[in-house]
Design a protein around this ligand. Sequence first.
Ligand SMILES: [Fe+2]
Length: 221
Amino acid sequence: MKIGLISDIHANRPALAAVLADMPPVDEVVCAGDVVGYNPMPSACVERVQEVASVTVQGNHDRAVENPGRYRANQMAYAGLEYAQSELTDAQRQWLQDLPLTETFGGGDYLLVHSHPENRGEYVYPRNFPELRPQLDDYRGIVLGHTHIQHKATVDDRLIVNPGSVGQSRDGNPHAAYAVLDTETNDVELHRTHYNIDRVHHEIVVEGLPSEVGERLFEGE
Ligand SMILES: [Fe+2]
């Protein structure tokens, strides 16, 4: 079985469209959270993720839409959350609030979380991937997001993968990121694809969001 892995879409509809168009045929798609935040197309992204993803877990931005004030010290995050709060429908906001923090997929063989399987909000960077091994006794692997850094590792036959960020890369490569898991081999292919960053940057300016949010997309940092 082939499973498309997406994460950290962050309201970037052109990036999500590019990823779904570029993705080779898969049996299902799962999403590791942060559907909204930062960029100006939260409603369209929630709608599309609801259509394509069989399983989605809640990211910190998805959760914070109900309370953007928690991010007041981070102007880029705060502005995107306030924007999402005003643009999303009540039903979409409720859907984000009701998302689970942890799920399984692939017949229960794989864990799906946004940040860390036990310590919510913790950033698991590539160098920390081996530290997740104790949580994987009952699983063939884990998929997580949050750092926006695409990386995969195998520890004692357990797969640990961050598919990278669809809508706001921070690993030095500005292209949209995703991955495809092959459950037969328990391995993933990491993918990147172009999207129209100019268009998103333009929308950010038009909608009055901080221009740094758009500039960051070009840098991929
Ligand atoms: Fe994120």
